[in-house]
Design a protein around this ligand. Sequence first.
Ligand code: NDP
Ligand code: GDR
Length: 322
Amino acid sequence: MKIAFITGITGQDGSYLAEILLEKGYEVYGLTRRASLEDQSNRLSRIKHLLKDIRLLSGTLESYPSLYRALRESKPDEVYHLAAQSFVNYSFEDEFSTISANINGTHGLLAACLELVPQAKFYFAGSSEMFGSSQNPPQHEESQFKPRSAYGISKVAGYHLACNYRENYGLFTATGILFNHESPRRGFEFVTRKISSAVARIKQGSQERLELGNLDAQRDWGHAKEYVDAMWRMLQQDKPGDYVISTGKLHSVRDFCAIAFNYVDLDYRDWVDINPQFYRHETAILQGDSRKAEEKLNWRPRISFHDMVCEMVENDLRSLQS
Ligand code: NDP
Ligand code: GDR
């Protein structure tokens, strides 16, 4: 039985990844940090259905000893490093904590892996935000990184750390450069879930309006469930490598709103207000080219944007009813 260790197991991707690894027969360990008693069940909400099948170990990105201990205890064959301060907007508000948690956490975990489990395969959660203001879409593995947020900078640094541990110390490391991926488990601060949850509440009558930033901002949005399968595929290769994971298709925030409101027979133009507070300086068109993943990993996205939006709204409607 293979052993996997997941940081960020309580997040959107960590929860889906834990599920697919359990289905494949892995023994799954996950890193979790403490929350106050009132917040604890909320923090574990995405993995509550898995709690009897996984083992949680305490730790944080800020504490090297806790990462070390978690690896010593789990002795994994595969490490999936997903934990991060992952909200780009917040990284503008607190650059320092984003950079220090994301970079030092990745560095600490790599160093501890090298010492304790040098044969383990290591996945690092990279991001399309690494491309930042790089001007030539679609972006692929050789495209230039020009990060334009503390978050993007932290991910470029993590990518280089993973490359360094691969090339200088022989660790099997793979960075997935994932474009946006969403699901009913997406955090509420991200625009897709902000919209789907608001649509459900507006339909129910418990919310009056929805405030958004730039409706014309575009993203290459895929489904999280399919993207975590790509992570697993990267670690099943004989040789380590880095892969862009994306749909290659662009949609705007406006497109998302139109489909989401239409799902409940409403017109988004009657319900959405623009609030400059949510505007972000958009630096470039982020659209991925995943041909390498298609060729080497036999991975391709199948769930359409339309179906994903409807699934998210349907899920939020149902959770209001229960
Ligand atoms: P989430 O925000 O849903 O989850 C983040 C996870 O990281 C949570 O489990 C969180 O724990 C944990 N975490 C955050 N800070 C710390 C810390 N200081 N110490 C320990 N754990 C911490 O992110 P996603 O699941 O969406 O994304 C997973 C990874 O992939 C992230 O690294 C993200 O940056 C990256 N990524 C995501 C993309 C996407 O579209 N979803 C695209 C590209 C990259 P807690 O529950 O305790 O807060
Ligand atoms: P992003 O996701 O920053 O791409 O990072 P987010 O959903 O926050 O923004 C997507 C786009 O929507 C625009 N937008 C708004 N965004 C938010 N959050 N709230 C709003 O009201 C709003 N209105 C418009 C944004 O400007 C942006 O263009 C996600 C995270 O998962 C990262 O961790 C990951 O690395 C990247 O995707 C790829």
